[in-house]
Design a protein around this ligand. Structure first.
Ligand SMILES: [Ca+2]
Length: 283
């Protein structure tokens, strides 16, 4: 009897594994996937509602004010693209301090090989040049070498990839400076202003050149390039060695947080923008 049961069990196990093998990518079907979605909906238009104590929504606000103004972040009930609310940010022009105001979700665990899709709607007010404005940052602060500290400038201590306006004005591009990569640029599709625009950023994560990077604006693919999109231990070691600094990228290397809003405003003016219908999917 026992032996029969074992054989029966084995057949069942084989059957299930067999099913997995029949799929195109058995690894993908077994891997845990992560999805965080937030449309900035609230009961009373209060920013606090985005930070419930159970951690199910956002983690915190990142805000750096220029010396003579205070940036703003709030819930809008007049401009939105989904539901009845959106996030509004107003980042004043930078001076000696780099002006920022954005919202952050942390606790992510994005590693090499993961397929990441970040999607959000933006409404950027005005038609002035917004060259160098940063909208989304994906970062790993935990991978920074703690013994190096801020000798290299505190601004760079969270390596990662970002979406940045480029090409002389408002051509949204994939910026990789903080991982010592070049910017993946496009100058075919200016960012529409004073209207809602859907941005989709897809990546297959890699610390080598075989990473995948795709950017879609309002359904138009503007970037589709292979290339590194995670910090590479060897690259970091070499870059820092050039400055006489001994740097060890911390392992395991993973992106732990995403920020969205005016994650930095190095433009020549004040930036008012709205964000709605955010999602990040990790497969
Ligand atoms: Ca909404």
């Amino acid at each position: 009897m026992k032996r029969h049961k074992l054989i029966f069990l084995s057949i069942i196990i084989l059957f299930f594994f067999g099913c997995d093998k029949d799929e195109n990518n058995p690894k993908e079907s077994l891997a845990e996937s992560f999805l965080f979605e937030d449309g900035f909906e609230t009961q009373n238009d209060l920013l606090d509602e985005l930070f419930p104590s159970n951690g199910s929504r956002w983690s915190n606000i990142q805000q750096t004010n220029p010396s003579n103004a205070i940036n703003e972040i709030s819930i809008s009930d007049t401009e939105f693209n989904e539901g009845q609310n959106a996030l509004r940010v107003l980042a004043y022009q930078s001076d000696s301090d780099l002006s920022k105001v954005d919202i952050e979700k942390n606790g992510l665990n994005i590693i090499s090989g993961d397929k990441v899709t970040i999607k959000a709607d933006f409404y950027i007010v005005g038609t002035a040049s917004i060259e160098n404005l940063l909208l989304i940052d994906l970062e790993c602060c935990s991978c920074w070498d703690p013994t190096v500290g801020d000798n290299y400038g505190s601004e760079n201590q969270c390596p990662g990839v970002r979406l940045m306006m480029s090409g002389g004005n408002d051509f949204l591009s994939i910026e990789r400076g903080k991982i010592s990569g070049t910017t993946m640029q496009q100058t075919n599709f200016p960012f529409p202003r004073n209207q809602w625009v859907t941005v989709q950023w897809e990546m297959t994560m890699s610390e080598s050149e075989n990473g995948f990077n795709r950017l879609v604006i309002d359904g138009t693919e503007v970037i589709n390039e292979v290339g590194m999109n995670m910090p590479n231990a060897e690259v970091f070691r070499d870059v820092f060695l050039n400055q006489g600094i001994d740097f060890t990228l911390q392992e395991p290397t993973f992106y732990e947080r995403v920020q969205i809003g005016a994650t930095a405003n190095p433009t020549a003016g004040n930036i008012e923008l709205f964000v709605d219908d955010f999602s990040i999917k990790v497969e």
